[in-house]
Design a protein around this ligand. Structure first.
Ligand code: GLA
Length: 391
């Protein structure tokens, strides 16, 4: 569904549920990582793209600091009060917008009462970061209803804090950064330590993104995520001690440090460190490849990234491996890997748009034969970043 149709859906939902007119709509796109799996919270490099799938939030101001929220995906209207933001233990989806409003207010924004209605073309829970898209769309709407000047990176941080401190998911900045900084037909490079970033045009119109759902969750994403994140911090600390110069993030560890001291690390930690250090290098190599228009190398790096996530990071699953393996021999493939947290969720493939039908048919058939399930596939374009529009 194009963004205009999504905007219309959010506006209609607002009218139906509130019997009133919205004044603005905020948009936040979903994202996939092309390279840089689990490097963000290690202070490393990432290379994501925003998608032409987004969350749209239609809203209008409401007096008395009262907040009323509703979503196309859920029944009813939830309420809250500015200045008294509390986690909603019963209706989890509202914690993403409420957390965002709370963190925006803490950053100094004059957040007031509002009604808002959420519509989305980002599939839920499949690894396209519908949660960050909702946070970012909420922030765009709030900043339009109650204007406040804030830099884009500071806004990404605000949305990340909503997720870390209010929702309780200890993610890095990748998802919120991608949703805010997205550019049509460009990949986004970010150094998660210095926060230096730039957009790199894909420079080839015949490129599309295919997202395929692995249809199986093997571990609660937050459980596996937090465990592996912790292992990375332990690896950084141990390697810092071993080399005689403290480190808190794997970004501060060099490949020479790792090679010199890896035998002193428990195997699990050695593998996590190996993935993060080599993945950071793959991001840099991928950026260089993209800059010289070498999609072939970018694609090869994506397959290598997947193998590293699978063998060293332990966040792949047989279903994700199957999707990536099928992509290797599919018509029009450029590259494929798992995207996001892992332990289930989606694979991302860069493909030739002109061969999309044949590519998708190949994956669907193979997944059905090998896994016995029907995979859900989304053919996407690389879309623009977050913004807001008046109604
Ligand atoms: C999830 C998190 C991100 C990032 C990815 C893995 O999407 O929300 O911060 O860590 O996993 O790259």
């Amino acid at each position: 569904m194009p963004l205009d149709a999504l905007k219309g859906q959010a506006i209609r939902l607002f009218r139906e549920r509130f019997g009133a007119e919205p004044t603005s709509v905020g948009f936040g796109p979903g994202r996939v990582e092309i390279l840089g799996n689990h490097t963000d919270y290690n202070g490393g490099f990432v290379l994501p793209v925003a998608l032409d799938r987004a969350v749209a939030v239609a809203g209008a101001p409401l007096a008395g600091g009262r907040i009323e929220l509703t979503s196309a995906l859920f029944e009813g209207i939830e309420t809250a009060q500015v200045g008294q933001f509390k986690r909603n233990e019963k209706t989890n989806w509202v914690n993403y917008p409420l957390g965002t409003l709370k963190m925006l207010a803490e950053a100094g924004a004059p957040v007031g009462g509002m009604r808002f209605a959420v519509a989305s073309t980002v599939p839920l829970g499949s690894g396209l970061s519908s949660s960050a898209a909702l946070e970012v769309a909420t922030a765009q709407l709030a900043l339009t209803l109650y204007p406040f000047a804030i830099e884009k990176m500071a806004l990404a941080r605000v949305c990340q804090r909503a997720e870390n401190e209010f929702v309780g998911m200890n993610c890095g900045i990748l998802d919120q950064f991608s949703s805010i900084f997205g550019e049509r037909n460009a990949a986004l490079f970010l150094d998660c330590q210095s926060l230096e970033h730039r957009a790199i045009p894909i420079g080839d119109d015949d490129v599309a993104v295919v997202v395929a759902n692995s249809m199986t969750k093997h571990e609660l994403i937050s459980g596996g995520y937090n465990r592996i994140r912790q292992e990375c911090m332990e690896a950084a600390e141990m390697l810092g001690k071993l080399r005689g110069r403290p480190a808190t993030l794997l970004r501060e560890i060099t490949m020479e440090d790792l090679q010199k001291h890896e035998t002193a690390l428990p195997e699990r930690l050695r593998k996590r460190a190996h993935h993060v250090l080599t993945e950071n290098q793959r991001v840099l190599d991928g950026v260089a490849a993209l800059e010289r228009g070498d999609l072939r190398t970018l694609g090869r790096l994506m397959f290598e990234s997947h193998a590293s996530s699978r063998d060293y990071y332990g966040n792949s699953t047989p279903e994700l491996d199957c999707l990536v393996d099928l992509a290797k021999n599919a018509p029009g493939v450029i590259g494929a890997k798992l995207s996001g947290g892992g332990f289930g969720g989606c694979s991302v493939s860069l493909i030739r748009r002109s061969q999309a039908d044949a590519f998708i048919a190949h994956i669907k058939k193979g997944f059905q034969e090998r896994i016995g399930l029907e995979t859900e596939i989304h053919l996407c374009a690389i879309g623009a970043g977050a913004h807001a529009e008046k109604v």
